[in-house]
Design a protein around this ligand. Structure first.
Ligand code: ARG
Length: 561
């Protein structure tokens, strides 16, 4: 039963289609106000009446029935109450039947979304600063797929620049293939840091590095072999972490992939009269738009980060014909994206409006700053492993007889890190705290996972009873859970629309909390078959919905905890 559709069709407004009315219908935050509401403010212009009057007129002419039991006008809102028994029966049946697909939709069918995320730099450690882009981007990929979109996850690798010349110099002077194979990113970081220390004393090293960078660009065999070794090592290392976080990519086309795709862009910019020479460099003047110029070519003719991003956007449009192309990148790059989007618009690419910078805030640990050059970084792998260790300690203390403790600790620890990063509005800076993300009673992943485990244990212990759709008188705690369950599909859509996975973390917390109140208030293993079947159906539906919510975030559930 699609209640929104039902209400929209029943309202039967001449001036609006049922789809339009559907898109206006909201679920009010408090369910004593009603189960659905139509805000009449936006209708005011179309219907040429004040919102309050519209709501009153519509309420007066609406005939309630077995499905919609009440319709009333309150301050410009038209509130509907559904027949709760009918609503509960249909919803629970739907959830039990759709199971892992509950909450999904095909509203994105035929549309492709490109998501540029994680986008790490080769030979650099994968540190806590990469957590947000990786888990926000990973969640958005899953959310859009769940809504029927085709998703292309892109890791726009930072694999171009003079730093690779520096690495080759450092490698030849102070390292070996064996050392790099053995100590991996640690070794690459070690020699990179050493290079900067040594180059301060001997600036000729910088010239040598530029020389080697040019060799890479010109296809020199040895330099490219070393560069590819660095690339291979980096990707192997980060792949381990991607596995833990359940993120995957469809493309690893990084900056160097666009080496041969920039000339046509430069030509087009010239042709369209957009390039200006400024101090020998070629730039696009963005002064009329209140921005500094966008650098396209340095005075020596070499290209820049922006040039590559412009070429990448054109390539992605041509290759994937995207409906939207998202860039999940920290807000420090706000200006960069505003500039390249503007340049593409000036080039006449009407699709520039479909490029979206999904900006997010910084993550730091409680003890302060990091810098790759000085080698002071907090590795993401260490943070995840430490959280897993701490989770294991909590489990040892709270439930020492739990089978498969290691695996549970892994799912709980990794989940805590992901959920912790997705818990707040993405633009907020966050200070990561082990104790906070692992607080079993807080607004955390362990709390949600624990709720799922609690559902499992109820389902396992309670004598079976088939839910037929028959529903008894519904109590407040029961209805609170049911109302929450019914919102999931809309929450997933809103999360996609606002590029905000935190809608899903928040939702999971609300649903878990409603469930736990219900669990305290209502006995589930009751004698009465119909009542037991109904309550068990609620428990199973909560388990399904929380599992689906966590899965969209890349988080596993556990059987027991
Ligand atoms: N590698 C870049 C960095 O670490 C992020 C790249 C983001 N994606 C892009 N298309 N510019 O800052």
């Amino acid at each position: 039963m699609d209640y929104k559709k039902y209400i929209a069709e029943k309202l039967n407004l001449k001036e609006l289609t049922a789809e339009e009315v559907c898109s206006y219908l909201e679920i009010p935050p408090e369910n004593d106000m009603g189960d659905y509401a139509l805000p009449c403010f936006r209708l005011s212009k179309i219907l040429r009446r004040p919102p309050v009057k519209i709501a009153q007129d519509l309420a007066a002419s609406f005939n309630c029935d077995e499905i919609i039991s009440e319709c009333s006008a309150v301050n410009g809102y038209l509130n509907f109450k559904v027949n709760r028994k009918g609503f509960a029966g249909t919803l629970l049946n739907k959830i039990l039947e759709e199971n892992e697909n509950y909450g999904s939709s095909d509203c994105g069918k035929g549309k492709t979304v490109c998501i540029d995320y994680s986008s790490i730099n080769i030979a650099k450690p994968f540190h806590i600063g990469h957590l947000s882009t990786t888990v926000i981007g990973g969640a958005l990929c899953k959310i859009f797929r769940f809504l029927g979109y085709k998703v292309v996850g892109i890791n726009h690798l930072g694999d171009y620049g003079t730093q690779f010349g520096k690495l080759i110099v450092a490698f030849k002077k102070w390292s070996s293939v064996e050392a790099v194979e053995k100590d991996r990113l640690k070794e690459l970081t070690r020699i990179y840091v050493k290079f900067h220390e040594e180059a301060e004393k001997d600036p000729s090293l910088d010239d040598l590095a530029r020389e080697y960078f040019r060799l890479i660009e010109n296809g020199d065999e040895e330099s490219n072999r070393l560069f590819n070794l660095f690339k291979k090592i980096t990707l192997e290392e980060v792949e381990k972490i991607y596995k833990m976080l359940h993120v995957t990519f469809d493309s690893y086309a990084g900056e160097s992939f666009y080496n041969d795709k920039m000339q046509p862009i430069v030509d087009e910019l010239k042709e369209k009269g957009l390039l200006k020479i400024s101090d020998g460099a070629s730039v696009v003047d963005l002064e009329p738009y209140g921005m500094p110029p966008c650098l396209i070519l340095k005075s020596d003719g070499s290209t820049l980060y922006a040039t590559r991003d412009i070429a990448a956007a054109v390539y992605r449009k041509n290759t994937y014909d995207f409906y939207k192309c998202l860039y999940v990148v920290a807000y420090q790059q706000n200006l960069h994206f505003k500039q390249i989007f503007k340049v593409l618009e000036l080039m006449g690419k009407e699709w520039a409006k479909d490029l979206v910078h999904v900006a997010y805030g910084m993550v730091s640990l409680e003890d302060g700053a990091m810098s790759t050059r000085k080698g002071k970084v907090v590795l993401l792998e260490d943070v995840i492993n430490k959280t897993i260790e701490k989770a294991l300690a909590v489990i040892e203390e709270k439930n020492p007889s739990l089978p498969d403790k290691e695996n549970t600790a892994r799912a709980v620890g990794t989940g805590a890190v992901i959920f912790g990063a997705l818990c707040n509005n993405k633009i907020k800076d966050i200070v990561f705290s082990y104790d906070r993300v692992l607080n079993f009673d807080g607004e955390t992943c362990p709390y949600v996972q624990y709720t799922v485990a609690r559902c499992n244990s109820v389902i396992a212990k309670c004598e079976k009873a088939e839910f037929t759709g028959e529903v008894p008188e519904i109590g407040a705690e029961e209805y609170a859970v049911i109302a929450e369950l019914g919102k999931f599909g809309d929450v997933v859509k809103a999360a996609a629309e606002k590029y905000e996975p935190s809608y899903i973390t928040r939702y999971a917390l609300d649903l878990a909390s409603a469930f736990n109140k219900f669990y305290i208030a209502c006995k589930i293993a009751v004698e009465d078959d119909m009542l037991r079947a109904f309550r068990l159906a609620i428990v199973k539906s909560v388990k399904i919905t929380l599992t689906n919510a966590l899965t969209l975030l890349g988080i596993e559930t556990v059987e027991q905890m």
